[in-house]
Design a protein around this ligand. Structure first.
Ligand code: KG4
Ligand code: ZN
Length: 337
């Protein structure tokens, strides 16, 4: 019966959660920083300052909401990378101090591994064995998940991450930050067939992605015809853009399923909140005769519960942070094979 506190501060969410046994969410507090809206994107220095202000109140709230005693907490899991290094060190320092005071293990978590554990939280009875499409603001990866701690990379983006292009296209069309959910909302009213965008040609065999082409294509079309950003036209433009990104994600996921022979596809990371992506992956999985695991939206975007769940595994595996544990902006996910 492991009771774990999870802390996440890799970007612009200050989050903490209490999870029991890796699957039961007792509390899940997520504070999304608003300050970045003024600048149309995350300002790293401001993110660190906001985390400093909010990390202790958010941790305290997670413990209070869970109605647990501090002395019953058995470990503190914290994201140590990848992410904004100034933001990461705030969560790490707070989590480390807490663990030190309670004399309990500090559990270092890779952010992508955290996203994978959102699948475990949502489907505690499913085997932790699937093809995973991890799509966030910083990452776009297809992984073969063979079990907890056992990941093999099948493909990744060669340039922008999927969430990054959603955010950049939103900015080009003057939609408010954060852009991804705005594009999702506006595109839902559009006709994706009015503007089509060519798919990146990376070869028939690869599960890699490239999204910089579609981003540039949107920029050029807007330059040639600024009226495409008018309220009447924007839904069609964004629906066409979204269809192109979703199409690439779904086709490579299909390829990854066929290549590995797995019978399950899971999606996680912030872009997994996208309505069109969720629907398109569900249809593809049905066509392939595969099961489709899709966590609820609040577990797809950054949160502390996924970090706590990964922490329960880290504790079981004996993966405990050394006293000089650091944070890293670029942290490779440990792979097998
Ligand atoms: O996983 P996440 O919360 O943070 C990172 O690890 O990056 O992902 C954030 C990304 C942002 O780029 C955001 O715009 C995108 O996920 N996102 C969405 C949607 N909700 C969040 N993109 C498209 N449609 C959405 N509904
Ligand atoms: Zn994330």
């Amino acid at each position: 019966m492991a009771l774990i506190l999870g802390v996440e501060s890799s970007c612009d969410e200050t989050a903490a959660a209490m999870v029991r046994d890796g699957t039961a969410i007792l509390s899940n507090v997520v504070l999304s920083q608003q300050v970045h809206a003024l600048y149309g994107g995350v300002v790293p220095e401001l993110a660190s300052r906001e985390h400093i202000r909010t990390v202790i109140p958010v941790m305290r709230r997670a413990i209070e909401d869970a109605a647990v005693e501090r002395r019953d907490i058995e470990g503190v899991a914290v994201t140590v990378g990848p992410g904004l290094v100034g933001a990461l060190v705030v969560g790490l320092s707070a989590a480390r101090s807490f663990a030190w005071c309670l004399d309990i293990p500090l559990l270092p978590i890779h952010h992508i591994e955290g996203h994978l554990f959102a699948v475990k939280l949502a489907y505690p009875d499913e085997p932790f064995r699937f093809v995973a499409l991890v799509v966030s603001g910083g990452h776009t990866e297809l992984l073969d998940v063979e079990g907890e701690g056992r990941y093999r990379r099948l493909g990744q983006t060669r340039d922008d991450a999927a969430g990054e292009v959603f955010d950049k296209v939103a900015k080009m069309t003057d939609l408010p930050y954060p852009g991804g959910p705005e594009v999702d909302r506006v595109a839902a009213r559009g006709d994706p067939r009015r503007h089509t965008f060519p798919k990146a040609r990376l070869g028939k065999e690869t599960c890699d992605f490239s999204f910089s082409g579609v981003k540039t294509a949107v920029r050029y079309r807007l330059r040639d015809d600024p009226s495409l950003a008018s309220p009447g036209n924007l839904p069609d433009l964004l629906a066409g853009f979204q269809e192109s990104v979703v199409g690439a994600l779904v086709e490579n996921s299909r390829r990854a399923l066929r290549r590995t022979g797995r019978d399950t596809i899971a999606v996680c990371g912030g872009v997994a909140a996208n309505s069109r992506l969720r629907a398109a992956l569900a249809s593809m999985a049905a066509e392939e005769g595969a099961r489709f695991l899709v966590p609820p939206r609040r577990l797809c975007t950054d949160n502390g519960a996924m970090i706590a769940s990964a922490g329960e595994y880290a504790l079981r595996a004996g993966r405990i942070a050394p006293p000089d544990q650091g944070a890293s902006a670029h942290l490779p996910l440990p792979f097998i094979g």
